[in-house]
Design a protein around this ligand. Structure first.
Ligand code: SF4
Length: 312
C-alpha cells in the first residue's frame, strides 16, 4: 500500500498567527489568559494551550473583570467588542485577517445601502461574527436547497458574500441558484473562500485521481477539514475525518492500494506524521507527496504582541 500526502495541507497563516498570539500573550502577561471560544477548531491545539494556562470560555461574561481576553481566529461581532469595552477587559484580537476582510466588506456594502446574502454554515463561529456586523441587512443561505427557497429582499442592491472555509464547488452551485432566482444580485469578482481552503481542496482534487481512500486529519468541528472529506466523496473517493492516528480503523484499508492523507487548516503536522507512522504499521511501504501549489502566506501579529516577538 502506498501513502500519498497532499501538499499544501495543515496549518494556514491565520491559524499560525492565532496560536502564536495566545502563546505570546501567555509569555508576556502570564497565565491565566482567557480565550473567547476555541482559538482555532482543533482539540489538540486547544488542549495544549489549556495546559499552558489558557482558559477557554464561551462568553465574555465568564472572564473576570480586568483580565485579558483573546478573540478567536473566527472573529467576533461588534457587540462582543462593546461588551469587552463596557467590562473594562483588556483584549487582543486573533481574528484571521481574511475574516476581518469579510467584516469590512459587510460594513462597506451596508454603508452603500446594500442588502447582503451570506453563504455559510448556520451557527459556525465565523458566520455568527459576520452576521453580527449587520444583522438586519444580511440573509444567510446555507445550501442549494436553502438557495432555492430563500426570499431575498431586492428593494435595494444586493451583494453576495461567503464564509471563508466553504467548498468551492458547493458555493458555485449555491451562487448559480441565487443568480438564477435573483438576476439583479451582484456577485463578487472573487469569492471570500480563503487561499488555504481553496488550496487544500485543489490538492485533494488532484489526489483523488491517484488514491482509493482519503484520510483527513482534523477535528469534527473544523469546517474546512470536513469540506475536504466532501470534496473527495464528490469525486468518488471515500474519506474519513480523524482527529489522530488512534481513530484509524484497519478495516478501512482492506483492498486499498493507495491512501491519500491531508489535514485541515488547524491541524498540527505532528498529527499527520502520527497517521503516516500508523499506516506504515498497517502495511504502507511507500510514502510520497503530491504538490498542487506552493504556499508562502504569512500574517503579521497585532502590534502589541509584535514587540514581544521582536524582543524574543
Ligand atoms: Fe484564515 Fe483561511 Fe486559515 Fe480560516 S482557514 S484562519 S480564513 S487563512
Amino acid at each position: 500500500m502506498k501513502v500519498i500526502l497532499a501538499q499544501p495541507r495543515g496549518v494556514c497563516a491565520g491559524v499560525e498567527r492565532a496560536v502564536k498570539i495566545v502563546e505570546l500573550a501567555l509569555e508576556r502577561f502570564g497565565a491565566p489568559i482567557y480565550v473567547r471560544k476555541e482559538i482555532v477548531h482543533n482539540q489538540h491545539i486547544v488542549a495544549r494551550l489549556c495546559r499552558e494556562g489558557a482558559v477557554f470560555v464561551e462568553e465574555l461574561s465568564e472572564v473576570p473583570a480586568g483580565a485579558l481576553a483573546i478573540f478567536s481566529a473566527h472573529g467576533v461581532s461588534p457587540t462582543v467588542r462593546e461588551e469587552a469595552k463596557e467590562r473594562g477587559l483588556r483584549t487582543v484580537d486573533a481574528t484571521c485577517p481574511l475574516v476581518s476582510k469579510v467584516h469590512l466588506e459587510v460594513l462597506r456594502y451596508v454603508k452603500r445601502d446594500y442588502n447582503l446574502v451570506l453563504i455559510g454554515h448556520d451557527g459556525h463561529d465565523e458566520v455568527v461574527g459576520t452576521l453580527g456586523h449587520a444583522p438586519d441587512s444580511i440573509t444567510l443561505v446555507t445550501d442549494v436547497r436553502d438557495a432555492e427557497a430563500v426570499e431575498v429582499p431586492v428593494d435595494k442592491p444586493v451583494m453576495v458574500l461567503t464564509q471563508t472555509t466553504l467548498s468551492v464547488d458547493d458555493t458555485k452551485q449555491i451562487m448559480d441558484v441565487l443568480v438564477r432566482r435573483f438576476p439583479q444580485l451582484e456577485t463578487p469578482s472573487a469569492d471570500d473562500i480563503c487561499y488555504a481552503t481553496q488550496n487544500r481542496q485543489s490538492a485533494v482534487k488532484g489526489l483523488t485521481e491517484a488514491v482509493d481512500l482519503l484520510l483527513v486529519v482534523g477535528s469534527q468541528n473544523s469546517s474546512n477539514a470536513k469540506r475536504l472529506v466532501e470534496v473527495a466523496g464528490s469525486r468518488g473517493v471515500p474519506g474519513y475525518l480523524i482527529d489522530s492516528a488512534d481513530e484509524i480503523d484497519s478495516s478501512w484499508l482492506v483492498g486499498i492500494e493507495a491512501v491519500g492523507v491531508t489535514s485541515g487548516a488547524s491541524t498540527p503536522e505532528e498529527l499527520v506524521q502520527g497517521v503516516v507512522d500508523r499506516l506504515r504499521e498497517l502495511g504502507a511501504t511507500e510514502v510520497e507527496t503530491s504538490t498542487a501549489v506552493e504556499e508562502h502566506v504569512v500574517f503579521t501579529l497585532p502590534p502589541e504582541l509584535r514587540e514581544l516577538q521582536a524582543a524574543g
